[in-house]
Design a protein around this ligand. Structure first.
Ligand code: ADP
Length: 455
């Protein structure tokens, strides 16, 4: 089962955890280093006070002389002078200090009583006469411990505050970051349930990752929208195109069956029905062809093939049919051009364009021609098919590539013009990342130019 945990919650917890860890580490380091520092400073003060005190104490002929300069209380250090046998000679023991504490040289002693923590440093000094004196320095560590206690109090208070602030801030930040995601989800749901692909997701004001995401999704919805519309159009076009011949067939049947007829009338009727059926059949075939190639969209089988050579043989093949119709096929093909593309589809492009040239020739001239020229640059190949046929009016030029678009609607009834050929050509060219354009003048002729990338 999938664990249900929102990113918001996870980020907030993670953020709080990181903040707490950082503050905890910093405060531990801080209190530790302050404690150390305080201890170093106090020990140093204590030792210096004791050492310096000897400068003010003279000891001659059993008489201890203490200078007026001698200060029994230096920088918080209480100084006591003891005889060699340990009797207090000078100074007064602070109240609460346990006076029986034995003298010992060389090291610091720490002593804890009810009210204070004492740091003690004793030193024995031997004078020229061979006798010596003790000086004891006592330091009440109250200031230091107070400081540390204060620091701990501050940390005890600030840690929970930082924790709360971190959680709140983390929550706010992630909420702000994820609000747009929730909005997008809601909008996407409304598109989903309303099945309204004309709607778009709300775009954020700032150009951030979310903006890119919504833009991508919107483009996707746009494409789906177009695809669905095209699909709807297509089916309605197909039904419309199929309806016409079927209506003719039906009408013909009804007419002939109204009463008894002569044999030749039946024959005529059957011929009409046959023609319409044939027409319907060939349209269905073309549609099937289109749908097969479109379904192949993701698998255009590209391979390198000799375009020039295949185009030459196509010219030869078509010439035979074309000459019967009084059309000359001219090839102006640069030799040895190769292309990486789907061979069958590219051949169909050339075939469709050339047969159109033959189909839409002018009937009353004797020099009708269709010319195919192929040339290349470093990275592009140009295939252009031109004729001196009937031409296409400017307002029709943009439409001839649409499915089921026919300039001359009356051709509908006869022949095999369904307006599907150029739609197919355009689809193939674009599936190869190429482009197609048309130039034409009514009564003069047309030129279709296909541009394809070599690779
Ligand atoms: P079809 O030829 O089956 O009707 P196409 O898609 O091949 O369908 O062409 C669409 C329309 O474009 C044709 O009906 C015709 O009117 C026009 N057309 C195409 N090629 C030419 C051409 N070479 N000269 C004049 N008109 C043309």
């Amino acid at each position: 089962m999938m664990k249900n945990s929102s990113i918001k919650k996870r980020v907030t917890l993670y953020y709080a955890f990181v903040m707490i860890s950082i503050t905890l580490i910093i405060s531990l380091l801080l209190s530790f280093s302050i404690e150390r520092q305080i201890s170093v400073i106090t020990k140093d003060t204590l030792m210096k006070a004791v050492q310096n005190s000897f400068e003010d104490i003279e000891y001659e002929n059993q008489i201890i002389e203490i200078d007026n300069d001698f200060d029994a209380y230096v920088k918080g250090v209480t100084l006591l002078v003891y005889s060699e046998s340990g009797n207090l000679v000078k100074g007064s023991v602070p109240t609460d200090f346990p006076s029986y504490t034995p003298l010992s040289t060389g090291d610091y002693q720490e002593l804890e009583t009810d009210e204070h923590i004492w740091l003690i440093y004793d030193q024995f000094h031997t004078y020229e006469n061979g006798q010596g004196l003790w000086v004891r320095g006592i330091y009440a560590m109250d200031d230091a411990t107070d400081t540390l206690a204060a620091l701990r109090r501050i940390l005890n208070f600030t840690l929970p505050v930082i924790l709360i602030v971190a959680i709140l801030a983390g929550h706010r930040i992630t909420k702000r970051a994820f609000d747009p995601v929730i909005e997008i989800t809601e909008a996407a749901n409304s598109i989903n349930y309303g099945q309204d692909l004309s709607k778009r997701l709300p775009q954020s004001q700032t150009k951030d990752e979310i903006y890119d995401l919504t833009e991508t999704l919107n483009n996707m919805i746009g494409r789906l929208d177009e695809a669905f519309k095209a699909e709807k159009h297509f089916s309605s076009d197909v039904s419309h195109e199929l309806k016409t011949p079927l209506a003719v067939i039906l009408a013909e049947c009804e007419y002939i069956l109204q009463q008894d007829r002569e044999a030749n009338e039946y024959k005529e009727s059957l011929e009409t029905i046959q023609a319409q059926t044939q027409r319907t059949m060939s349209m269905v075939q073309q549609l099937l062809q289109i749908s097969r190639s479109i379904n192949k969209e993701n698998a255009i089988e590209k391979e390198v093939f000799p375009l020039s050579m295949l185009a030459e043989s196509l010219v030869e093949e078509l010439s035979i049919v074309a000459e019967e119709q009084g059309v000359q096929i001219i090839g102006e093909i640069e030799p040895d051009i190769e292309i990486s593309a789907d061979e069958t589809l590219i051949m169909r492009v050339m075939m469709n364009l050339m047969t159109n040239g033959i189909k839409y020739r002018k009937q009353d001239i004797d020099n009708a021609y269709v010319k195919i020229s192929i040339k290349q640059t470093n990275n592009q190949i140009f295939i252009s098919v031109s004729d001196n046929g009937i031409g296409i009016a400017e307002e029709d030029q943009a439409n001839v590539f649409r499915r089921f678009y026919k300039v001359d609607k009356s051709r509908n009834r006869q022949g095999e013009s369904f307006g599907l050929g150029l739609a197919m050509v355009k689809w193939i060219v674009e599936a190869h990342d190429g482009s197609i354009s048309v130039e034409s003048r009514v009564g003069e002729g047309s030129t279709f130019t296909v541009t394809l990338p070599k690779e």
